[in-house]
Design a protein around this ligand. Structure first.
Ligand code: URA
Length: 430
């Protein structure tokens, strides 16, 4: 087999065979096929697309390039979730303990934040003492004991994805749906769960800009999942504003705790409950999704979901945050509206970048972060504001750079006409 023929087949719009796809991925990981040929193939895929079968073959070839976590020692249905990258997205910290409190097993490998998006691991590590470094046997023991463990992804999971992603990043082929789908699904399948819920964000700063694109991507991922006998549900959700009111690691942990006390913002609570309800139903812990939803709301209000969060924090070495002394900043600065009107959009990308520049995120992988800083929104899309009203508060520990204010100036779009409150979940694909 020759790589050039595989490229030409794809360039001409033919489907690559399973053997061809395996040959390409295998050769690339082993270093026998050079970057330039894989780059050309990726670009041909970008333009010609892939059938569902090809996407599944690609996922499989990537999956078997590294370790697959064996969760067979965990009793019961294992559930997992993945978000395509959001701003203010603290759902794992809420829905993890929530589903665990209802008997589903969440054995999750998470990532760190980069650029404008945050990562669950950084939020967890903002809690004093909490560790994300758990050996595999302890990870499994913890899930069997308390139904939840969240750890960092090892380097041995899907090495092909790291190589391919780096190449896509510098050759303009990141936004290809089959490539995104196989990248996400290979990592999720390597983590070993039976049920996978996907949160596909749409809007500013998200990979998918329109609902049509998000639906297409979701359908590919659901189809890949079923070819591996996994139950996959994709939620297409709004990212035309950050999720909830807080952005920044400790601020987000605080909001997750409020949500677990039944006092969270509506959009965050709705998203967590809907995803959790699907997990609970698919884990055979409720008769229907509606019944599961009711159970989830009960757990948020009867203290059981919060008790499970506390158990989870302690199991991973953390101290339960004392919210009165948790966030330590030099100054909290109000940022006010320059005009009157309805908020049409709060650009998640800008808010995420502003939080990053405050020190709350990483510009490069090597940066260290300040867990205390970030932004609390005072207003959300659809609300009416007067000139001078506080739109958000800036939690800072270092002098405020001018570009942070410029990012906020651009973030809030205020219009004279009435704006409806957007639906958090646009569509569910399963
Ligand atoms: N997230 C991933 O893990 N991979 C992609 O290709 C895009 C988003």
């Amino acid at each position: 087999m020759r790589m050039v023929d595989i490229i030409v087949n794809k360039r001409e719009g033919l489907a690559n065979t399973q053997k061809e796809i395996e040959f390409a991925i295998d050769g690339y990981v082993k270093g026998t096929i050079p970057d330039y040929q894989i780059s050309a193939w990726l670009m041909a895929i970008f333009f010609q697309g892939m059938t569902d079968e090809e996407s599944s073959y690609l996922t499989k070839a990537m999956l078997y390039s590294g370790d697959i976590i064996d969760l067979s020692m965990i009793d019961g249905v294992k559930v997992d979730k993945h978000s395509t990258g959001g701003v203010g997205d603290k759902t794992t910290l809420v829905l993890g303990p929530l589903v665990a409190s209802l008997g589903a097993k969440l054995a999750k490998l998470s990532g760190r934040g980069l650029g404008h998006t945050g990562g669950t691991l950084d939020k967890m590590e903002s809690i004093d003492g909490m560790s994300i470094d758990i050996p595999e046997d302890k990870f499994i023991e913890q899930v069997n004991k308390i139904n939840i463990a969240v750890a960092g992804q090892t380097k041995k999971i899907v090495p092909a994805d790291k190589l391919l992603y780096a190449l896509r990043d510098v050759t303009g082929s990141v936004p290809s749906k089959p490539l995104i789908a196989s990248s996400i699904m290979s990592k999720k399948l390597a983590s070993g769960a039976d049920v996978i819920c996907l949160d596909v964000k749409i809007g500013d700063g998200a990979f998918m800009k329109t609902i049509e694109d998000a639906v297409d991507l979701s359908k590919i991922m659901v189809s890949i999942g079923s070819s591996f006998d996994k139950k996959v549900v994709a939620f297409i959700t709004d990212m035309d504003q950050p999720l909830g009111m807080t952005i920044g690691n400790r601020l987000e942990v605080m909001e997750a705790i409020y949500t677990l006390q039944g006092k969270g913002p509506k959009d965050l609570e709705t998203l967590c409950v809907k995803i959790a309800a699907n997990m609970i139903y698919l884990a055979d812990k409720a008769e229907s999704v509606e019944a599961a939803e009711k159970l989830c709301y009960e757990q948020l209000h009867n203290g059981k979901a919060l008790a499970k969060f506390n158990e989870f924090v302690k199991a991973q070495g953390g101290r339960i945050p004392d919210l009165d002394n948790f966030i330590k900043v030099e100054e909290i600065l109000p940022y006010t509206a320059k005009k009157e009107g309805y908020i049409k959009r709060i650009k998640a990308l800008n808010i995420g970048l502003a939080s990053m520049k405050l020190g709350g995120g990483r510009e490069t992988k090597e940066d260290t972060i300040d867990p205390n800083v970030g932004i609390i929104l005072n207003k959300k899309v659809g609300e009416f504001v007067k000139k001078g009203d506080v739109l958000c508060e800036i939690y800072r520990n270092k002098p405020l750079a001018d570009d942070i204010i410029e990012l906020l100036d651009e973030a809030f779009e205020i219009v004279p006409e009435h704006v409806a409150i957007p639906e958090t979940i646009k569509q569910i694909i399963s």
